[in-house]
Design a protein around this ligand. Structure first.
Ligand code: KG4
Ligand code: ZN
Length: 342
């Protein structure tokens, strides 16, 4: 049984061919980082146009690597929520076209459930039920994941996502987009205790929420004080950049690790799964390992290549197929996040 999974929810065009045993036969990710770099963030219109250009070559290449012909496919899966409307539409249109032309089932994938399922793809054992921490460019949230397809929201950022804060702080420090990898690199040369930066909500044991906008502003004020508009023209000393990068990264990591552990305690669950682009961060991975060990919890963090957006995590469609969840051709994109449960 061969499944083709597609992912175009943001700025990665990705396709993967997966068999019924979750083996990945061929996978391709075409990153658009080069197109968005000079804007310091993803430009939705540019992203959707690039998906249109890339989706067919990316599918062809994934099929070629897998050694599977179109006629051999048994199902096609696509992320339809959440994400950028124009980007999601490209993947959905391609998937519908294949479903009609090949007369195979169309399966809908929730991008956030897929980020947690990335942990299942790398594990030898079942990882559910678990607490799911999804930490990406668009989302920072904690879920009770009863099974791969049953998520209940327990906490989330009340303003910026952690990845967005990485990207914006990198831009302030004059580091290239995407900000996460650049800050991680600069932080290696810095002192994480050089600056005392806020850890919003960390001391509030009643809440499983996050807030990163104040941290972003605090970094800005370490560079230039309030109301100084000539911010863009500054050339910052390397040591300041490294120390701010390290101090900022540590503050984000403290919040993510602290709330994930609080969530384990509050739910009484003993497994933590972590996915999303920021989960590729080496310092976060190290601190999660230490904390999970102390907590006596089992930790699964997706391997770095499955943290950032990819189609391999679309293997969650196998779970939907098993549950008989296939879609009609009137399936639409749902750009906004369905809060609560899904
Ligand atoms: O999951 P993802 O590829 O896309 C979304 O669904 O948002 O996440 C992208 C985010 C970007 O904000 C990027 O800066 C961040 O993940 N990221 C990292 C690292 N690698 C990517 N953040 C911190 N450290 C990293 N090593
Ligand atoms: Zn993502």
């Amino acid at each position: 049984m061969y499944l083709l999974a597609l992912e175009t929810s943001c700025d990665e065009t990705a396709a993967a061919v997966i068999d019924e045993g979750r083996n990945v036969l061929g996978a391709v990710v075409a990153s658009q980082d080069d197109l968005h770099r000079r804007f310091g963030g993803v430009v939705p219109e540019i992203a959707s146009r690039a998906h249109v250009e890339r989706i067919l070559p990316v599918i062809d290449e994934a099929m070629r690597r897998a050694g599977v012909a179109l006629g051999d496919l048994d199902a096609v899966a696509v992320v339809n929520t959440p994400g950028l409307a124009g980007s999601l539409l490209v993947g959905l249109s391609a998937a519908k076209a294949l479903a009609v032309a090949l007369d195979i089932p169309l399966v809908a994938v929730n991008h956030l459930q897929a980020h947690v399922y990335a942990c299942r793809m790398a594990a030898d054992e079942d990882v559910f039920p678990c607490v799911g921490l999804i930490v990406s460019g668009g989302h920072t949230s904690l879920y009770r994941c009863r099974d791969p397809l049953d998520f209940e929201l327990l906490g989330a950022t009340i303003d910026d996502a952690a990845g967005e804060a990485f990207d914006k702080v990198a831009a302030m420090l004059g580091l290239p987009y995407p900000g996460g990898p650049s800050i991680q690199e600069a932080a290696k040369r810095g002192n994480r205790r050089a600056f005392a930066l806020p850890r919003a909500l960390l001391d509030d044991d009643e809440r499983l929420d996050f807030s990163f906008s104040g941290l972003k502003t605090a970094v800005r004020y370490k560079i230039v004080g309030p109301g100084k508009p000539e911010f863009d023209k500054l050339v910052l000393p390397e040591k300041l950049v490294a120390d701010l990068a390290a101090s900022f990264q540590e503050a984000v990591v403290d919040c993510l690790v602290g709330k994930a552990m609080l969530c384990l305690r509050k739910t009484g669950m003993s497994t933590l799964c972590v996915g999303g682009g920021v989960a590729a961060n080496a310092r976060l991975r190290q601190r999660l390992e230490d904390a999970a060990r102390r907590e006596g919890a089992t930790l699964h963090v997706a391997p770095p290549r499955l943290c950032t957006d990819n189609a391999v995590m679309g293997a969650i469609a196998l779970e939907r197929l098993r549950a008989g969840l296939v879609e009609d051709l009137d399936l639409d994109v749902l750009p906004g996040l369905v809060r609560g449960a899904f």
